[in-house]
Design a protein around this ligand. Structure first.
Ligand code: FAD
Ligand code: NAI
Length: 470
């Protein structure tokens, strides 16, 4: 073991290079800080390597295969010899999509003069940490400020030890072959996105969700549209389904579960367990340094991301709130600016939530229920995509856009969409909510024709009581 006896001096140190850490490091460097980033596994973190990006690549491959296999027949396009070379799919996902992005991030860090240190960080005290390298080397570093962005890990549940035929999201993203059958425990975002991707790639998928509704963070009328498509592509679902145990049969796995007390079981090639993620706040020395955690192991932070130890900041999945990449990056920028003495403060008013199901789900700002709980007097309007020419020309007329606005002055406080490209269409509404715009601001903005975003304009006109296409 090689031990660096003297501490190397750093100014601001960032632990973890996910969308929280690398963005924080670059912004801190832009603000004139001398920054180092410590990463134990992969530059780009979960999101770029085994999360957001590879999952979207597989989802897209699923669409391509499904459409070629008959999904495009409605356009008069058919093919008799459709083949899936899944090795090639995986190769494209890993070597073209993921590698291009992760090497791009590495380049950006270097261009901004952020020092990249490989290894696992452990805090010795408020101003010193040790980095353990893969070769068992230990090096001491001293620092003035720390931004902790160590992310999260899949939750393992009793009876479903990861390994073999029981996989987490990383395992499911990296199957060498498309499983003939796949059981998914947890019909949240990962379970629904990957479940639909594999169903489109040819697997027989069954999703078992413990709560009374799939995708429970989205509103029921939105989820219904996705459930219909799940049925169309052959996915079976069960809600109120509590997973009990996985039995490895060698060449298959049997999942035992209970629905309202009734014992059931199902056998498949693999079982994907996607029941949420837990924060990576253990084995980091945080508590020894005095950083306070919640009872769920998340780091307590103020509205700049500052922890109970004044030179320690925490961002991303290790802090309370949704575990989302854009939240992590946003918090990273605020923390970096706060360290640099800027008057930055977190404001989650818009906080998008998106699921890349078919069709996509997107929710910005408040739902009607949340607005009412906050004491706001609101009205809503729902514009069906069946009234949008672009959606129909894409053969994607299912779904709707809902706007939530104050009754008194039509100020937008929230919006939800289920429909094609909801992830992109809704950005306009995010800006409108952030800027405090009202329905008239959107209605009077000329939208190109034919575009999906015209549905936002139509919904805004609906809010004003002047709908043209409803
Ligand atoms: P992470 O991305 O988890 O990065 C943390 C980094 O810290 C890791 O690289 C880790 O190796 C490193 N690290 C941990 N401990 C140490 C240590 N002691 N020393 C050194 N390095 C350390 N979010 C979205 O917004 N949109 C999506 O579409 C989306 N899709 C997803 C799909 C899947 C399958 C999964 C699993 C997640 C998805 N997410 C998505 C969630 C998103 O990936 C996370 O919210 C995001 O990555 C969190 O960023 P982070 O910077 O907090 O941490
Ligand atoms: P999740 O919280 O979205 O869903 C987990 C689901 O599992 C919930 O519906 C829950 O009711 C269910 N569940 C919990 N225990 C269960 C049990 N024992 N049996 C059956 N069901 C059970 O978590 P998921 O899908 O693991 O994703 C983790 C996080 O990653 C998400 O919360 C999200 O923040 C992020 N993510 C975001 C994406 C996006 O933005 N498009 C895509 C994928 C992940």
């Amino acid at each position: 073991m090689v031990v660096g006896a003297f501490a190397i001096e750093l100014d601001t140190v960032v632990i973890g290079s996910g969308p929280g850490g690398y963005v924080a490091a670059i912004r801190a460097a832009q603000m004139g800080q001398k920054v180092a980033i410590i990463e134990r596994e992969f530059i780009g973190g979960v999101c770029l390597n085994v999360g957001c990006i590879p999952s979207k690549a597989l989802i897209q491959a699923g669409h391509a295969y499904h459409n070629a296999k008959g999904g495009d027949a409605v356009f008069g396009v058919t093919s008799s010899d459709v083949k899936l070379d899944f090795k090639k799919t995986q190769d494209w996902k890993n070597n073209t999509v993921v590698n291009t992005l992760t090497s791009g991030v590495e380049m950006l860090l270097k261009k901004n003069k952020v020092e990249i240190i490989r290894g696992e960080a452990y805090f010795n005290n408020e101003n010193e940490l040790t980095v353990m390298g893969a070769d068992d080397s230990h090096q001491l570093y001293s620092f003035n400020n720390a931004i902790v962005a160590t992310g999260s890990t899949p939750i393992e549940i009793p009876g479903f030890k990861f390994g073999g035929r029981v996989v987490d999201s990383t395992g499911a993203l990296n199957f060498e072959e498309v499983p003939e059958s796949l059981v998914v425990i947890g019909g949240g975002v990962i379970g629904s996105e990957l479940g639909m991707a594999y169903a489109n790639l040819g697997s027989k998928v069954t999703i078992l969700e413990g709560s009374p509704q799939l995708l429970p963070t989205f509103e029921k009328d939105m989820v219904k549209v996705v459930e219909k498509e799940m049925k169309n592509i052959g996915i079976e679902t069960a809600v109120n389904a509590m997973a009990k145990e996985a039995v490895d049969n060698g060449d298959s796995v049997t999942v035992k579960y209970e629905v309202k007390g009734e014992a059931k079981e199902i056998t498949a090639d693999y079982v994907l367990v996607s029941v949420g993620r837990r924060a990576n706040t253990e084995d980091l020395g945080l508590e020894a340094v005095g950083v306070e955690l919640t009872d769920r192991g998340l780091v307590k932070v103020d509205n700049q991301g500052r922890t109970s130890v004044k030179n320690f900041f925490a961002i991303g999945d290790i802090t309370p709130g949704a575990a989302l990449a854009h939240k992590a990056s946003y918090e990273g920028k605020i923390a970096a600016e706060a360290i640099s003495g800027k008057p930055a403060a977190i404001d989650y008013k818009v906080m998008p939530s998106v699921a890349y199901t078919t069709p996509e789900l997107a929710s910005y700002g408040l739902t009607e229920k949340e607005a009412k709980e906050q004491g706001l007097d609101v009205k809503t309007v729902k514009f069906p995509l069946a009234g949008n020419g672009r959606a129909l020309s894409l053969n994607a007329g299912q779904g709707f856009i809902r706007l939530v606005a104050t009754k008194e002055d039509d100020v937008l406080v929230g919006a939800q969409m289920v429909g094609v490209s909801a992830s992109d269409v809704m950005a306009e509404v995010g800006l409108a909510i952030e800027a405090g715009m009202n329905a008239e601001d959107i209605a009077l903005t000329i939208h190109g024709h034919p575009t999906l975003s015209e549905a936002v304009m139509d919904a805004a006109e609906g809010l004003l009581g002047l709908p043209i296409h409803m």
